[in-house]
Write a protein of this length. Sequence first.
Length: 259
Amino acid sequence: MFFSINDLSISFGGILALDGISIEVKQGEIYSIIGPNGAGKTTLFNCISGIYRADKGQIMFKDQEIQRHKPDRIARLGIARTFQNIELFSAMNTMENIMLGRHIYFRTRLLSDIFMWGSRSRSGREEVHHRQKVEEIIDFLELQSARNNPVGGLPYGTQKLVELGRALALEPTLLLLDEPVAGMNAEEKQDMIFWIQDIRDELGVTILLIDHDMSVVMDISDRVLVINFGRKIAEGTPDEVQQHPEVLKAYLGEIANVE
């Protein structure tokens, strides 16, 4: 199995945030995790990426247990993520922000390399290699016009793309997307759907996705996991999940209105 979670549980101050969650994700899937606010979705992502350490359970990635690894070790194994809130350096340009995503591959001081393009430093060859990788991402996401612009002045949807590009700079095989279309207008959402599908189809990256936009989730997902109060209440194809009585109950009819 490419990625799996077995009986994962974690509590905070006596409150059970995740309660025995188990999933299996196949390589090449777009697998979405949904649930009401406070259901435990982001907590699950934080456990996967090493920010939290679960109280019990197992997280397996390519036949390796990663539950006790630190975030940088997990990133080196090929797991990258974006965050619900944009976490970019607003005064730095697009190129520099995406370059920061290459930090796990740098053997020399990161910031000095970023700001010394074309210098005759010890890391000249390494710098050229990393810059080429970043240029490939910029071309892939069609961010050429924003390459040298400070990201703080870019439109919101473009900033979300830059954050996506920074995650891709890690060269992941598993990408965790936390609310990738949150705050976007209809056109930006549709563009993001295309990018996510292209990342899976063209780059071969498996996607784990959290989002509250049910129309996006149902349109893009191969399979969907629904959790509530930290527990799995349904799993299956989008069509199966939409009709599940526990899902309809959890959402008070919200998903029933998605066509």
